[in-house]
Ligand binder design. Structure first.
Ligand code: OSB
Ligand code: MG
Length: 370
């Protein structure tokens, strides 16, 4: 049984090793909420991917902390569940806030896998021992800097390069990169910065052999993406606008895209991520595992999810050492030749570096049954 005896919330701030510019702003550090669930002498750990401000989607760290403390944790603390799906159902009547609910669900999966003494990937049904990864590169100062950044990561063996774009900076970096690297797997991500009025500009990207164009239109749209897809040869990939398996079904049925970026936290946890994966597979649409600049905890969860069979395109789960001088976990998560090994051992296979985390934590609180 999955027993939830106590919980711990931690909040850490980590400096990013690179400046990450997207269509919605510049990031130089990451504020990361972590959740530990304890039971039966074991612990499961998860990471929240909502941000300080609602830039990517609508959730925020402050909102998540409030919901964990006052609403979600009181629903699970002191209780015993048959499995993580049953625990998730205990939060199933709440609307939205999927990233916050995912924190509880994902920590429960880790705890459950450790209780059964199997790797999380095995419980989810994945078989790969390593997963193909690419890299997501922020907007650079100019074409030369873009090509330089691409070259460095191609040389490291990454299997796909994704360039962030925005209106006024789209064809330029793509044309320069394609000229320097005619054969690499190349994609772009607009993070919702365009509208249908930009269809002509986006259609110009058809000339560069992109594997997909990620989330060009509004974060909550499916209909305009379907209209845009009819005007483009390049497949669209949905990120922001898929928050559930139902969204995935609707998007694929509408023809809003041909590829889905699965982020386990965005859709509410591993069980829902697997349903998104399955629905996409039924539509013949490949999926890949996205990232939110996670620390080692979220990164390890992403790697385990990526072992499912329809993750046939390289994910964004690049080496942890790209992001952090010091990670929150004890184990390295390093890709070699674009292949990320799946951490072995029970659960996610990674463990919190307590000394480091407690040293930098801006918040650390214990929660017990009332
Ligand atoms: O759109 O995929 C995105 C990071 C933060 C928010 C949204 C996105 C991203 C990335 C980075 O692209 C992926 C990563 O390296 O984790
Ligand atoms: Mg994206």
């Amino acid at each position: 049984m999955l027993q939830i005896e106590s919980a711990e919330i931690l909040l850490v701030r980590l400096p990013l090793k690179f400046r990450f510019e997207t269509s919605f702003g510049v990031q130089t550090e990451k504020l990361i909420p972590l959740l530990v669930l304890r039971g039966g002498g074991l612990e499961g750990v998860s990471e929240g991917t909502m941000e300080f401000a609602p830039m990517y989607r609508e959730e925020t760290i402050a909102g998540a902390l409030h919901l964990l403390r006052e609403v979600f944790l009181p629903r699970v603390l002191g209780r015993t569940f048959a499995n993580p799906e049953a625990l998730h159902d205990a939060l199933g009547s709440f609307r939205g806030n999927r990233m916050a609910r995912a924190m509880v669900e994902m920590a429960a999966w880790d705890l459950w896998a450790r209780t059964l003494n199997v790797p999380l990937s095995t419980l989810l049904g994945g078989r790969k021992e390593q997963v193909e990864v690419g890299v997501s590169l922020g907007i650079q100062a100019d074409e030369a800097a873009t090509v330089d950044a691409v070259r460095r990561h191609v040389e490291q063996g990454y299997r796909r390069i994704k360039l962030k774009i925005k209106p006024g900076w789209d064809v330029q970096p793509v044309a320069a990169t394609r000229k320097a690297f005619p054969d690499i797997k190349l994609t772009v991500d607009a993070n919702s910065a365009y509208t249908l009025a930009d269809a002509g500009r986006l259609a110009a990207l058809d000339a560069y052999g992109l594997t997909y164009i990620e989330q060009p239109l509004a974060w909550d749209d499916l209909v305009d993406h379907a209209e845009l897809q009819r005007r483009l040869a390049t497949p669209l990939c949905l990120d922001e606008s898929v928050a559930s398996a139902q969204d995935a079904r609707k998007g694929l049925a509408l023809g809003a895209g041909g590829v889905i970026n699965v982020k386990v936290s965005r859709v509410g946890g591993h069980a829902e991520a697997r349903r998104v994966h399955d629905i996409a597979q039924a539509f013949g649409a490949p999926v890949w595992c996205g990232g939110m600049l996670e620390s080692g905890i979220g990164r390890a969860h992403n790697i385990h999810l990526s072992t499912l069979p329809n993750f046939t395109l390289p994910g964004d789960t690049s080496s942890a050492s790209r992001y952090w001088a010091q990670d929150v976990i004890n184990e390295p998560l390093e890709a070699h030749d674009g292949l990320m090994p799946v951490p072995q051992g029970p659960g996610t296979g990674v463990t919190l570096n307590r000394e480091f985390v407690e040293g930098v934590a801006e918040l650390q609180e214990e929660h017990r049954p009332q």
